[in-house]
Design a protein around this ligand. Sequence first.
Ligand SMILES: Cc1cc2nc3c(=O)[nH]c(=O)nc-3n(C[C@H](O)[C@H](O)[C@H](O)COP(=O)(O)O)c2cc1C
Length: 354
Amino acid sequence: MYRLVFTQVLRRFDAEAVHHLTVSALALLARLPLLKRLLHRAFAPHDPALRMTAFGVHFPGPLGLAAGFDKDAACAEGVAALGFGHVEVGTITAHGQPGNPRPRLFRLVRERAVINRMGFNNAGAAAAARRLSRTRGVPVVIGVNIGKTKVVPESEAVADYVAAARQLAPMADYLVVNVSSPNTPGLRNLQAVELLRPLLTAVKEVADGTPRRTPLLVKIAPDLADEDVDAVADLAVELGLDGIIATNTTIRHGGETGGLSGRPLKARSLEVLRRLRGKAGDRLTLVSAGGVEDADDVWERILAGATLVQGYTGWIYGGPLWASRIHRQLSRRVRRHGMSSIAEAVGRTACTRS
Ligand SMILES: Cc1cc2nc3c(=O)[nH]c(=O)nc-3n(C[C@H](O)[C@H](O)[C@H](O)COP(=O)(O)O)c2cc1C
């Protein structure tokens, strides 16, 4: 049904226009308490066997929405009501900014992929903090992903991230330092350990200083060389970070300028996850993103060592109830494997896909 709506209707409209319409509809849903609760009851993961605990936070299911959809923390409750186990909002920058000129979002339908060069369009940390401080009508785990304001020079990046962290860490269930988006000039240079160390140290001080000590993760690019992936893993362990999100979009493609997501990213994203697990074992919580399309993919990532899995492009092509469907399939799979909890599957790389 959704496939028909997508091919006959949605794909005929500008991708970003459809995106804004969806965010508005979900933001409206978030303001309708009864409907929101009904949908949450019907579609959110409620099976105790799907619960995951990571860095002290309880997630109702392992599959969450990756950063980039709810850039302004406008509709997380609506997203959760459709079946996602968590929502990562952002990327949010200390200062609001318009992002790159349109068009900046392109569907590659045959490849089940998307290219974007949005450029962190968002209303800024203060506006997001106000939204996040409102009480929530349905339970939703919210991660907050922060990035560098475009006009701020690289030499002042640490202060800029710290400014965003100060406003947002108290409202976040976890905080993510994004140094891996390809659409802010120079941002990915911050993944080099000599620049990353002072940045993560400063943001961690802020995250550690909140009343509940906000867990801190770093999000990396799939285009890092393997040795650089290892170096970030070592640094994250050394600094006592809670985890790593791998991966962001890739710039290794021949299409429009921007980052590629979806199916073509699947193999590299899994490879980076395996490398991180090999390097850090269970000393870090690993969150896998990139090309996740179905329950097989989520299961594979969990077996490879991911405690949590995120998707975005898979949702665009899979339809509104994509996450709910995957969680239901995972429930059955956990039982089929004779497990009482999906947490037992984390890192069981010896198991094969089934
Ligand atoms: C339109 C779009 C916008 C995105 N914006 C962000 C962003 O602002 N911050 C970020 O960390 N990742 C962003 N991402 C990357 C996703 O969070 C995710 O890491 C990546 O798309 C791989 O997952 P997927 O293949 O399931 O989409 C964006 C992705 C897309 C498709």
